[in-house]
Design a protein around this ligand. Structure first.
Ligand code: ZN
Length: 276
């Protein structure tokens, strides 16, 4: 063993020993539309403050002796100053942060199933019902302290990034709300961190879907599955199998679409995977 690798080992041991005190690893701070702002709320020796963006509660996590609010920034937020509201035992304060511009690319996709581009009136009623149902799940806020230290949910290659402006058969549609992993149909989809299964279903666009609640508005979703292996109410640990990759819903080939939500806002999942 060389001296350098021994030193590296010591650093690893030190990190492992200190990690229980850190409680959770934070995502990358990237205050842009579709990104995450990490806002320092003071010493974690004080009781946990509560924080809000508008009326939506924010995840508040202790790391390195400080409380931090995790703010999901909606993709349509204009660059400029935004503010969160922070409530402590001694009162309420506004904390400002700056949203910087960010350029996302675009993606053009061709779908053979025309109904997935131009749904029938009956499809549209179904889509509306499903959107109301999933909007309520995305906006839910449970008390558990979230584990935001995510592992990859699939070993597939990254095939489409978050935020791309999308055109299906030449028609403009909503930007890409997650990250795609291309993987063979049937390959495993794993929980990136501990959580509770709060919804499963077969949806018009998203196909077979699992929603995990990690706590305090940190929610993740797994879409286009060929199979669902968990049930609503089930508690899962990091690495536990949720289902298998498939092509259900609006998909051009087998892949996992992974959405990560903070304060009811889809954010770039890569920000949660940036650590080794
Ligand atoms: Zn996708």
């Amino acid at each position: 063993m060389t001296r350098i690798s021994f030193a590296k080992q010591l650093i690893c041991i030190a990190f492992t020993l200190s990690s229980p005190l850190l409680q959770a690893a934070l995502p990358e701070h990237r205050p842009v539309p579709g990104g995450v702002a990490i806002i320092d709320l003071g010493s974690s020796e004080q009781p946990a403050p509560r924080a809000f963006l508008g009326e939506q509660g924010l995840a508040v996590i202790a790391e390195s002796g400080r409380w931090h609010a995790l703010v999901g920034i909606p993709l349509d937020t204009p660059p400029g100053t935004q503010a969160i509201r922070v409530e402590t035992g001694s009162g309420t304060a506004a904390l400002e942060f700056t949203v910087a511009p960010w350029a996302y690319g675009e993606q053009r996709l061709r779908l053979r199933n025309r109904r997935q581009v131009e749904p029938t009136p009956e499809d549209l009623r179904r889509i509306e019902r499903e959107q109301a149902h999933t909007a309520a799940i995305k906006a839910s806020f449970s008390a558990a302290t979230p584990d935001s230290d995510f592992a990859r949910p699939s070993q597939g290659r990254l095939s489409s990034r978050f935020g791309l402006r999308r055109f299906f058969n030449g028609q403009s549609r909503l930007p890409h709300s997650g990250l795609d992993f291309a993987a063979p149909a049937g390959s495993p989809v794993l929980a990136p961190a501990a959580g509770s299964v709060v919804d499963t279903g077969d949806y018009f666009f998203n196909g077979n879907t699992v929603f995990l609640d990690h706590g305090q508005g940190l929610i993740s979703a797994y879409m286009h599955l060929s199979r669902i292996d968990v049930a609503v109410g089930q508690r899962v640990e990091r690495g536990e199998r949720l289902g298998a990759v498939g092509t259900s819903g609006r998909a051009t080939g087998p892949h996992l679409h992974w959405t990560v939500i903070l304060n009811a806002t889809p954010v770039d999942p890569l920000l949660f995977l940036s650590r080794p």
